[in-house]
Unconditional design. Structure first.
Ligand SMILES: Cc1ncc(C[n+]2csc(CCOP(=O)(O)OP(=O)(O)O)c2C)c(N)n1
Length: 723
């Protein structure tokens, strides 16, 4: 797809040119620059008229962005912009009407269907990824995007559409010399994810173009209070494999030349580049901010003298490319275009109010569907949960070339020659769950990440968006928190916030839980309810080897993000071992398993409290004649309320047991729903048993009392049965 600025290789070279730009290109750029500014002005007006609800401008950044656009290819390269990048998006082909449709929150807003604020770009045809508001989350996603393109270029057969799994819904396109563009303001370079992304871009020599738009302020904080020494270029200068440029981003030609050198470096396969452009911010941070509160008039005047629009206007007139009459005509044409776009946007229909519920998850491929219910064809001897997960990963890597596995220590050995020369056996995960996978499938498909959890999840987002199936590992649930931004604000939201334009079906495997005798605070945590409280992501928590294999396969083949929680204590437990159920065995999500039928009390549980509940239930039956029905939810989002309702209707008594803390825990929601919907079936209050509201201690005596044990479950069921 052609960008709105003619590419310089198409230009007629005989003409006088400026850094390689011919007059027509300069005119195209001036038009886009003026259009971008006038759209901002129109939004400011519409906001003052209360016809839109937010405004944030591109003003002052236009020259740098149009210089980038003139060197990049729309619909070919990929773009992870931020909210100031209106001029870039216009140059790539997003229309003024598209932009204003978002401003009014129209149903026809192509970026988000009225779900996101203005300037939250997103366009599938132009390869502009759905933009979010958190500063800096785009960097690692852009890294993953660049990695995915490289992967598909190395493995072209992997891009084939295959029906029956998530691949049916991904149109994968990739180009050998494509570039991934990512941008932010200078304040955002304080975010850790920026540095995590530089790390991987540098190590992997990725084809990434960073554009740092330095307008000197992050809302009210000047750059010298934000960045040591006041200049990010000096801080990043020692990253290997990078090409660096620093330029006056209000000077179109200087910016264009800097971008051209950067893009040449990247397209030639040398690695990433970072262009740091000094720009201005004449319209305050947003319309909710008044910079007069923290910037004196003198400073603002100095900035105004560097306004890129006025500078280019003066330059074009001085060079005789435009005269006063031509400027007037051009302005009149653009103003009419903006007026027409505003009229159309103001006339556009709003979204149906019921539409809020759409696109939280895939509507095309539901992991609850019958197609994910396939029978076990058992082979061999009983295997542990750890074994089954390893075997399932191996079979899925074999079946689907798009599956890639990475995380901390998941590879057999980063130094491949040690493996090849048989000098080492290889590690394959701290729990050995990925053992032997790199050896079989190679380092492009199974590899170690840096020790940085946001790096793992952020890259997985970028890869999954491009059509890969990243199955990543977080080594301990206790250390999932650095990835929280990606897990809460990005991964599960991609489909919803882009109104089903993009999707991100990555699988995040996490070793979770206690009962370890000495696991202590930082190797025993649960916390699943934090993630079940986030729409857009399925949460799975198997209690046994067979379920782990069947549910993991469903997770990998479905088209939604999945958090797959693996209990460390269950990895090698004698409980629940089973022969391998074969390479096609799948269990649909949202189907509870009844481990034991009973008539007096229902226990709803999952994970490591399943074997403990079964132990208690068997003893109660033996010693007290109490008949307990044990329900294992298997998946926590979605969960099988129907199975709960059927069981509670039979027993009239229900206890919910989980390993995580009691208060605001997973059981609270289930209890509330039972109380609300099954009130007339109950003969006793809904009860819960869970960990104490504290952390898990190291001393085993303390751990025992903190976590729910079989004896506690025994006592709780007995008490409930006597109510
Ligand atoms: C993670 C996060 N923290 C805080 C904010 C609120 N916020 C929005 S923009 C912004 C300043 C960004 O400054 P900079 O990166 O310099 O970009 P600029 O707006 O100046 O172009 C802040 C603090 C946010 N959106 N995300």
């Amino acid at each position: 797809m052609a960008s709105k600025v003619m590419q310089n290789e198409l230009a007629v070279t005989a003409e006088k040119s400026y850094e390689g730009l011919v007059p027509q290109q300069l005119l195209d750029i001036y038009r886009l620059m003026y259009l971008s500014r006038r759209l901002d002005d129109r939004e400011v007006l519409l906001k003052r008229q209360q016809k839109i609800y937010f405004q944030i401008s591109c003003a002052g950044h236009e020259a740098l962005l149009l210089a980038a656009a003139a060197n990049l290819r729309a619909g070919y390269d990929w773009f992870f912009p931020y909210y100031r990048d209106r001029a870039l998006c216009l140059a790539l082909g997003v229309t003024p009407e598209d932009m204003l449709l978002q401003s009014v929150g129209a149903a026809a807003d192509p970026a988000s269907g009225g779900r996101q604020m203005p300037s939250h770009w997103g366009s599938r045809p132009h390869n502009i990824f759905t933009t979010s508001s958190p500063t800096g989350t785009q960097f690692l996603q852009a890294v993953g995007c660049a990695e995915a393109a490289r992967y598909f270029n190395h493995n072209p057969a992997a891009d084939a559409k295959v029906s029956g799994d998530y691949r049916e819904f991904k149109d994968v396109q990739h180009h050998p010399d494509e570039i991934t563009f990512v941008s932010s303001g200078e304040g955002t370079t304080s975010q850790g994810e920026f540095w995590e992304s530089l790390n991987t871009a540098s190590i992997r020599k990725l084809p990434l173009l960073y554009v740092i738009e330095d307008n000197g302020y992050a809302i009210s904080v000047p750059v010298r209070f934000q960045t040591p020494g006041g200049n990010v270029s000096r801080l990043v200068a020692n990253f290997p494999n990078f090409h660096f440029e620093e330029c006056d981003g209000t000077d179109l030609l200087e910016s264009y030349a800097a971008m051209r050198r950067a893009v040449e470096y990247i397209r030639s396969g040398n690695g990433p580049a970072l262009v740091h452009g000094h720009v201005i911010r004449p319209y305050s941070h947003s319309l909710s901010d008044d910079e007069k509160l923290y910037r004196p008039e003198s400073e603002r005047k100095q900035d105004a003298e560097r306004d890129p629009l006025a500078r280019l206007n003066r330059f074009l007139i001085a060079e005789g490319i435009l005269d006063a009459a031509a400027v007037q005509t051009l302005h009149r044409e653009v103003d009419a275009e903006v007026q027409a776009a505003a009229d159309a946007a103001l006339d556009a229909a709003y979204p149906e109010t019921s539409s809020y519920a759409l696109h939280v998850y895939s509507e095309h491929l539901k992991p609850t569907a019958k197609s994910f219910d396939s029978p076990a064809l058992f082979e061999g001897v009983d295997r542990t949960m750890a074994d089954q997960i390893n075997k399932c990963l191996r079979d899925e890597l074999q079946r689907d070339e798009r599956v890639v596995i990475f995380g901390e220590d998941v590879a057999d050995c980063s130094e491949i020659v040690y493996l090849e020369d048989k000098k080492v056996k290889g590690k394959g995960g701290v729990f050995k769950l990925t053992s032997g996978l790199q050896r079989t499938f190679g380092p492009e498909r199974v590899f170690n990440s840096p020790l940085a959890e946001a790096n793992i999840v952020g890259r997985a987002v970028g890869m999954a968006v491009r059509g890969l199936k990243p199955v990543v590992e977080i080594q301990f649930f206790d250390y999932i928190w650095p990835a929280m931004h990606q897990l809460r604000n990005e991964l599960p939201l991609i489909r919803w916030r882009s109104n089903d334009t993009f999707s991100c079906p990555a699988v995040v495997r996490v070793a979770i839980g206690g009962y370890l005798t000495g696991g202590s605070i930082y190797h025993s945590q649960c916390g699943e309810s934090i993630f079940t409280h986030t729409p857009g992501m399925h949460v799975v928590f198997p209690s046994n080897a067979l379920d782990a294999a069947g549910l993991l396969r469903t997770a990998i083949r479905c088209d939604d993000p999945v958090l797959f929680l693996e209990h460390k204590r269950l990895y090698r437990e004698p409980f629940g071992r089973a022969p391998y159920p074969g390479p096609e065995y799948m269990i649909p999500f949202g189907k509870a398993r009844i481990w034991k039928e009973g008539s007096d009390v229902t226990v709803v549980t999952y994970g490591a409290t399943v074997p403990r509940t079964l132990q208690a239930a068997q003893r109660l039956e033996r010693e007290r004649g109490i008949s307990v029905e044990v329900l294992d939810l298997r998946t926590l989002n979605p969960y099988d309320f129907e199975a709960i309702a059927t069981s509670v209707s039979k027993t009239s008594r229900v206890l919910i047991v989980h390993e995580d803390m009691l208060s605001w825990g997973y059981g609270a929601e289930i209890a509330a729903r039972i109380a609300s919907e099954l009130f007339d079936k109950l003969d006793a209050p809904v009860e819960r048993l869970a960990a104490k509201d504290t952390f898990v201690a190291y001393q085993p005596l303390l751990e025992n009392v903190i976590l729910p044990q079989a004896d506690d479950i025994f006592a709780a069921i007995q008490k409930l049965s006597e109510y």
